[in-house]
Ligand binder design. Structure first.
Ligand code: ADP
Ligand code: MG
Length: 324
């Protein structure tokens, strides 16, 4: 199977939204009147971002999901994407499963594959997504103000637990492992929430490298500091839905480390003025995504972790590496 057969068989599909899709030197996109294009790329490299033996259909899902998550963080609606692929060989079973996982998520979001590049080489997947957002309404990292609430969507930390378990560093009960593994391998980009937060959130970022690190991007861009309530944050671990069993498996500090610095969560962290609390709740309801207020933007630079009683919590979560 040659390069062009491979593209035609596994990646070329009719487009509905794009003016021109795969097959020419460029694809053509036409954003609607009054809309701006939001563009983002994310690359997945074997050994660094995924294990060599990962299920190719979940890899197809994740490669697009991490990109859609960036659109979500900007409040943009997905439109189209390109796919640059380096493949060690033309493995048809692998390509069939990969494209199945990829297109299942693409179709969920009405996001069309419009072009790319295919070459032989060590397995490497680079996707660029294009979305649209009303002019001036993109959610940016730079808009947080002193006094704003800090929220996160969904749950945090389970993807990191799955990673530690797959590496053999910890053991999770089977039900919890299955759920955590889905979080790691098939994250859910919070696209509907990002769009619902247009005009409500003052700043937003998606959590890919760990909550504290990514929240740090908002603080830096907005020139503010923050206080985080670790009593609330520690409960953001989904676990197996049974808090008691969760506590038996992981002690409090390890739970907190997963939530604050786990990574690979693809939730949204965002800020909004206190006056917008009802609007945030309505947006979350509309997007069918839970959101939790975990802290407050402050004038003093830096991040302060406090417990439920307001007492400082120590621990260098940014450099979290191992489980005790
Ligand atoms: P060019 O030589 O002009 O860069 P190619 O011959 O590499 O174009 O690709 C032919 C067509 O197939 C182009 O429209 C390109 O965007 C598309 N394409 C190539 N690889 C992929 C891929 N992995 N997924 C989707 N489209 C692809
Ligand atoms: Mg060309």
């Amino acid at each position: 199977m040659g390069e062009f057969d491979l593209i035609a068989r596994y990646f070329q599909r009719p487009t509905a939204r794009a003016v021109l899709g795969i097959g020419d030197d460029c694809a053509l996109l036409q954003p609607a009147a009054g809309m701006q294009l939001a563009v983002s790329s994310d690359m997945l490299v074997e050994g660094r971002h995924f294990f060599a033996d990962v299920d190719p259909s979940t890899l197809g899902h994740k490669a697009l999901a991490v990109n859609l998550s960036d659109l979500a963080a900007c409040g943009a609606e997905p439109m189209a994407f390109t796919l640059a692929l380096a493949l060690p060989r033309a493995d048809e079973a692998w390509l069939a499963a990969f494209s199945r996982g990829l297109f299942a998520l693409a179709d969920e979001h009405g996001c069309e594959l419009v072009g790319g590049d295919t070459t032989r080489g060590p397995l490497n997947i680079c996707i660029t997504v294009f979305g649209e957002v009303p002019r001036g309404q993109a959610l940016l990292r730079s808009g947080a103000h002193v006094g704003d609430d800090i929220y996160v969507s969904g749950t945090l930390g389970d993807a990191r637990l799955a990673l530690e378990a797959l590496r053999g560093d910890i053991r999770l009960p089977p039900g919890w492992m299955a759920a955590a593994r889905t979080r790691l391998e098939q994250p859910t980009p919070r696209v509907a929430l990002g769009m619902a937060l247009r005009g409500i959130a003052s700043a937003a970022v998606d959590v890919s490298d760990g909550l504290l690190g990514d929240l740090g991007h908002i603080l830096k861009a907005s020139r503010v500091g923050a206080r985080i309530n670790t009593g609330i944050a520690a409960d953001l671990l989904a676990g197996d839905g049974d808090g008691h069993r969760t506590e038996g498996v992981l002690h409090q500090q390890a739970r907190l480390a997963c939530v604050l610095a786990g990574g690979d969560d693809y939730e949204l962290a965002f800020t909004a003025p206190v006056s917008a609390r009802a609007a945030v709740e309505a947006a979350a309801l509309e997007a069918r995504t839970t959101v939790t207020c975990i802290g407050r933007i402050e004038d003093a630079p830096g991040l302060r972790l406090v417990d439920a009683a307001g007492q400082p919590v120590s621990g260098d979560f940014a450099s979290f590496d191992h489980f005790a």
